[in-house]
Design a binder for this molecule. Sequence first.
Ligand code: COA
Length: 261
Amino acid sequence: MPEFEHVLWDAVDGVCTITINRPDRLNALDTSVIEELGGAFEEAFVSDEVGVLVLTGAGSKAFVAGADIGMLAEQGVLEGKENSLLGQDLLELIEDGFKPVIAAVNGFALGGGLELALACDFRYASSSASFGLPEVGLGIIPGYGGTQRLPRTVGIGYALEMILSGKRIDAAEALRVGLVNRVTEPDELLDEARATAQAILEKGPLAVRFAKEAVRRGLGMSLKDGLELEADLFGMISSTKDMKEGMQAFLEKRKPDFVGE
Ligand code: COA
C-alpha cells in the first residue's frame, strides 16, 4: 500500500478510495499534492487489488478548495503555464485511466477542485457540497481544464455563466444541471459511491474498460469515427472469455464468473 504525505489510499474489496488529505488548507492542490495524486492514481490503475476508484477530500468542509493560491501568487508567465500543464496532466491521467473513477464531492469543489471532479467519470455530491470556478475573481482563468470540460458537461451557456461570473452553486443546482449524478446526506456519500463502485465491479472488467474507452476517446472524434471505434472495440470484446461467460451465464440463468480475459 503506497504512502504519501497529503494523499490517503485505502483499497477494500476492489474499491480504492483516494483521499486528498490537507484539511487545514481545505485540501488545496499545490505541486506536491498534485504529484502525490499522480502517484496514487498510477498505483491504483496498475494494482490487481483495485477495480474502481473513488476520489474524495478529507474532513467535512472541502473536497478541494482549488489550486493553492499561495503557489499561484508567485507565478510568472512560464510558471503559470507549467502549473497549468502539471494539473492538466494529472486530470488527463485520471480521465484516460482504464479503471472507472467516481468523485465523491464532500464539500467545496472550487477552481481546481471542480476541475478535478470534472475529470472523474461521474460525480456524487454531499448535500453540503458547493461548486464554482472563482478564478476570474482572482484575475486568472481556470487552468486545469475547466474551460474545456465544464461546457462539455453542463453546456456552453451554463458553463460560461459559471466561468465569467465565478458564481457558486449548491448540490441541488449541480444535480439539476447534470454536474453531479446524485446528492446524498453527508454521512452516506462514501457508502453510496462505493455501492456503485461494487455494482461496476460485478460486471465484466474488460467490458467496463472498453466501454469507458469508447466514450472517452469517442467524445474527441467525429460521430463517424466514434462509431467506428465502438465497432472495433465491440469486435475485440467478442473475442474474450468474458463474453462467452456472460452469454452462457444468461442462458443458464446464473451469475457470470468473469475472469478479465
Ligand atoms: N489555496 C490556499 N489556501 C486556501 C485555499 C486555496 N485555494 N482555500 C482555502 N485556503 C486556506 C485559507 O487561506 C485558510 O487558511 P488560514 O487558516 O491559514 O487562514 C484555510 O484554508 C481555511 O479557509 P477559510 O477561508 O478560513 O475558510 P472559510 O470557510 O472562511 O472559506 C472558502 C472557505 C472555500 C470559501 C475560502 O477558503 C475560499 O474562497 N478559498 C479559495 C477558493 C478559490 O478561489 N479557489 C480557486 C483558486 S484558483
